[in-house]
Design a protein around this ligand. Structure first.
Ligand SMILES: [Zn+2]
Length: 203
């Protein structure tokens, strides 16, 4: 295993630990896919979590501007799925602190816990397990900035961009593997045509 695991090493690790599964799946939008990615299943295992988060931290550290501000860096996750990654990256970097945003209810905006106050000019690294549409990351970035923080980079384990994925311009963006998923309507799905039973997935 390389210090920063390669795309092939990451994919093999995800497959071995159930984070990447082959099959015939239907996502909540009704589209069919032949692979299902759920990095949290792989992050159950401490050794895997360690390899992935240390790899990601090395990418961040390789950027000289970011390396210089690590002692004051806050590592912030947009949801609980990003937490093991955020803690692993923070530990490897020896960053200042880790926290996360959440929603009280599905249709409410992201927020931080009460009394969690961002310092003016606080440097923030956004971290998550998967990047798909980037909508949640965009909302988190806006939340951090609205409270006076400065988002300096973004890091995720797997980049699986949806067709409508958000762009964050020049913001440094790190990922260990890129997986492009081919979404199909049930009408044009090869596995449906062959009568392979479909499994619904939550997210
Ligand atoms: Zn199908």
């Amino acid at each position: 295993m390389h210090l920063v695991p390669t795309q092939e090493e990451v994919v093999a690790l995800l497959r071995k630990t159930g984070g990447l599964r082959d099959g015939h799946f239907e996502d909540p939008d009704g589209r069919h896919v032949s692979e299902y990615l759920q990095v949290a299943l792989s992050m159950r295992h401490y050794d895997v979590a360690k390899i992935l988060s240390v790899g990601l931290s090395r990418q961040v550290r390789a950027h000289s501007d970011l390396r210089a501000i690590i002692p004051e860096l806050s590592v912030v996750a947009p949801a609980t799925g990003g937490l093991p990654v955020a803690y692993g990256v923070s530990e490897a970097l020896r960053a200042r602190q880790v926290y996360w945003a959440e929603r009280q209810n599905q249709n409410e905006p992201l927020r931080f816990r009460q009394y969690l106050d961002i310092q003016p000019g606080e440097k923030v690294l956004l971290v998550d397990d998967i990047f798909r549409t980037g909508h949640r990351m965009a909302e988190l970035k806006q939340l951090v900035e609205s409270q006076g923080g400065e988002v300096v980079a973004m890091a995720v384990v797997v980049y699986q961009p949806a067709p409508n994925a958000r762009s964050f311009g020049d913001l440094p963006f790190y990922y260990l593997a890129r997986l492009d998923e081919t979404y199909r309507d049930p009408g044009s799905c090869e596995q449906c045509r062959r009568g392979v039973p479909v499994e619904k997935v939550w997210a």
